[in-house]
Write a protein that binds this ligand. Sequence first.
Ligand code: UN1
Length: 495
Amino acid sequence: MSDTFRNLVDGAWTDAATGQTFGVTNPADPTDIIGTFPNSGPADVDRAAEAASDALGSWSDTPAPQRGRILREAGDLLSNRKEDIARSMTREMGKPFFETKGDVQEAIDTAYYAASETRRLFGHTVPSELPDKMNMSIRQPVGVCGIITAWNFPVAVPSWKILPALAAGNTIVFKPSEEAPHSGRLFVETLLDAGLPDGVINIVNGAGDAGEALVEHPEVDAVAFTGSYEVGTSIAETCGRLNKQVSLEMGGKNPMIVMDDADLDLALEGVIWGAFGTTGQRCTATSRLICQEGIHDEFVEMIEEEADSLVLGDGNQDDTDVGPLINEAALDNVSGYVDTGQDEGATLKFGGNQAHVDGLDGYFFEPTIFTDVTPDMRIAQEEIFGPVLSVLTVNSYEEAVEVANDTKYGLSSSIYTEDIQKGFQAMSEIDAGITYVNGPTIGAEAHMPFGGVKGTGNGHRDGGWAAFEFFTEHKTVYVDYSGQLQKAQMDSVEE
Ligand code: UN1
């Protein structure tokens, strides 16, 4: 079954002015066509941004708890549709059904969380320096928000940005990834069906051109982005030039430290799903395993054995553990890194090849393990975004932290240890936005900040109250009920 999909502008499904389209196929089986989507250009972005701008006044004037009611209803609809959305997400971007259900669940949790915050959009009420005067700060929306997201969490990550933005009274132009636009659309449909007024959210499908036009558009006040470092920093440059607010989440090279005293069974589960879950295509993927030397050999053997038992296949088959990579380019990229690792002198311990799954011509790649990796190697520094685990060896906790911090990124991190002191030390000593103690580098809870330091981010966070910080402005209000002239008041203070 193949379908033709359109942009969403002011509540109407609309063809792109460009007249161009692009196709989306199932990465497990590229002969399976999901549909065609508009390949939008600046004129399409313009229509969507104007619609969002026109809708801003009445949406931001809607009492916040009423906005929350719509978001709660969207949460209910996402719950009812969870399995259907997850099935089509798996078909569109490949990760297994048990993972896509988790993706939708994050959006459900975020919907209920954001809805509840609409009753708590707190500002401050503080004393004034002067008598009979009251000072307040209240929260106001930023305006029209451009939301640009990746394909690997095509419902969860948009929900982390869009739902708090809507709760706070902003309106949206959403450009989903061109690799997973259908999942993004299914998410937006729940908002429309929940009663979101026309124009409050608009969808512009397309690639980099559409994204650039969105960032540049004068009606767009703020941009929230998840994707690569290269694209993120170029968006930041544009936003800097145009004085727009921008929130960036740009990936990671996430370390998992496993100390000699760790519970290796726990750590094994953590590293397998951290490194190979979602075929390694998460910003939070465990891409560096930093082993203390005492457990290195035994632990690597355990990982190899477990990796060997993982079933690759179509994520909509019940027994599949690991789906395909997203596309041909990803396959080339990951294969290229396997060559690089070998050229750099690392030992290819397991995997390293494109995998073939009977009856499917998809982009499968074997779970891959490199040992004898040193911190200077590219496979220890660069985000591969595939099922490649680089194993480094260290002698001590101090060295482990030093190696963990030796990267331009700082998203997620983890330490496995039975030593409570080391666990607590790592919490503050690892340079990352997220540290897990005795847990994998992956996962997230809706009410917690999500994002990173150094090259991963720019000081903002998705998730929790932190997202509301980005999507609101402080308005400072002074109320003077003294009836006194300003000058008389000033004199009374000086005396
Ligand atoms: C991302 O890859 O951009 O850590 C987000 C996780 C997710 C979030 C990943 N919940 O598994």
